[in-house]
Design a protein around this ligand. Structure first.
Ligand code: SAM
Length: 364
């Protein structure tokens, strides 16, 4: 096990480029992954329910900055159809993700969750951005199991730049919201982008420390990828920190995944689509071999999928759900891993449940 108590050590791993030394990092992360979460790779079927978004995030291709894109919102039956497909393909979880779309109302999402639970009884993860406490409580009561919301960067100054407040829609403190989600009983996921213009190596160290302090169930890490319709891509020099700038490349992303596995050993870590986008041949496999244990195959109907354009040339955009499933299962098998069965609950939740039952036994 590598000793990562010192921030300077983490920083030196992040900037390390020597392949022989890096072998130590990959091996340590893979060993901890095998010991903590095993060889199973859990598949979470992703349903991109809406590309309508009220936010002005400077990085995101479906933000209000993109005036050219056609907008869509899936209806209840379309969402249920995707959930049925997830069940047929043997996935244990569906992830309902979208822009921050006011048309995805509290009652509408609650109704979709109840219908999914009643018909296919899969675990339901939501990823719908910053929502009110009442909505989050309503969805939890309706049966939602998990909520995913990246804090994107732990640097508050950079975050305010890339995630500005918009009229009639205050920007919530995402860290505080993640803590509220945990209190509501959700399994909580978050994450960051790597190589955001203006992000420094010390910011990445703080991101890793924030993962630790939040004790997250799931942590998604992907490279920032420039979308030409966004301010970050159009005006990159206005954001850049020339001496300290983190690179948005595959190697840095993989190092972040590996260090996250070592620092939060029992979290679920996806090999992200953004990582698969910068290396279409090997990105998923490398993510899984650097500490990852989750993949989110895309179930969105192809006519909508092309419109959920967070960044150009997104991996898997032109495949059907079945093609995506076959491809990913092949990739998992080729690296000697197996596909997980069931909901793939976070090991941290099992640890918490065991601690609770021990406490109850002690009290009896
Ligand atoms: N609206 C919800 C939210 O903000 O959490 C969920 C959807 S949002 C599009 C999902 C994630 O996509 C974001 O958390 C962000 O990290 C990622 N993303 C958006 N634009 C990106 C880009 N240009 N490059 C890489 N990742 C991006």
């Amino acid at each position: 096990m590598l000793d990562l108590r010192d921030d300077a050590v983490i920083r030196s791993w992040l900037t390390e480029r020597d392949p022989t030394r890096l072998e130590t990092l990959w091996e340590a992360a893979d060993r901890v992954r095998a010991a903590q979460v095993g060889d199973e790779v859990h598949l979470r079927g992703l349903i991109e329910v809406s590309n309508i978004c009220r936010r002005a995030c400077a990085y995101c291709g479906i933000s209000v900055h993109n005036k050219a894109i056609e907008r869509y919102r899936m209806n209840r039956e379309e969402i249920l159809d995707c959930a049925r497909r997830a069940k047929e393909l043997g996935f244990g979880t569906v992830v309902i993700q979208g822009g921050e779309d006011p048309g995805l109302t509290g009652p509408f999402i609650a109704d979709c969750i109840r219908a999914i639970k009643a018909e296919v009884n899969l675990a339901v993860t939501l990823s719908l951005g910053e929502r009110t406490d009442d909505e989050l409580a309503l969805w939890r009561e309706a049966g939602a199991d998990r909520y995913l919301m990246r804090f994107e960067t732990s640097n508050p100054v950079l975050y305010a730049k890339i995630h500005p407040a918009v009229a009639n829609c205050p920007s919530l403190d995402r860290i505080a919201m993640l803590r509220r989600l945990e209190r509501l009983g959700y399994e909580v996921g978050s994450g960051v982008m790597v190589g955001i213009p203006g992000q420094t190596w010390d910011d990445l160290v703080q991101d890793l420390r924030t993962f630790q302090s939040l004790d997250l169930d799931m942590i998604g890490i992907g490279p920032w990828l420039p979308h030409p319709a966004t301010p970050l891509a159009k005006d990159i020099e206005a954001f850049d920190t020339p001496d300290q700038q983190v690179v948005n490349d595959k190697l840095t992303t993989l190092k972040m995944v590996a260090l996250t596995r070592l620092l939060v050993p029992d979290a679920n870590l996806p090999a992200t689509t953004a990582l698969a986008t910068i290396d279409k041949d090997q990105g998923r496999e490398l993510g899984l071999m650097s500490g990852g244990n989750v993949i989110m195959p895309n179930l969105t109907p192809p006519r909508y999928r092309v419109l959920y354009e967070l960044y150009p040339d997104k991996a898997c955009v032109n495949e059907t759900a079945e093609e995506c499933d076959v491809c990913l299962r092949g990739r998992i098998a080729r690296i000697g891993r197996t596909v997980g069965v069931g909901p793939g609950q976070s090991p941290k939740q099992r640890r918490k449940a065991a601690q609770q039952s021990n406490a109850n036994r002690g009290a009896a």
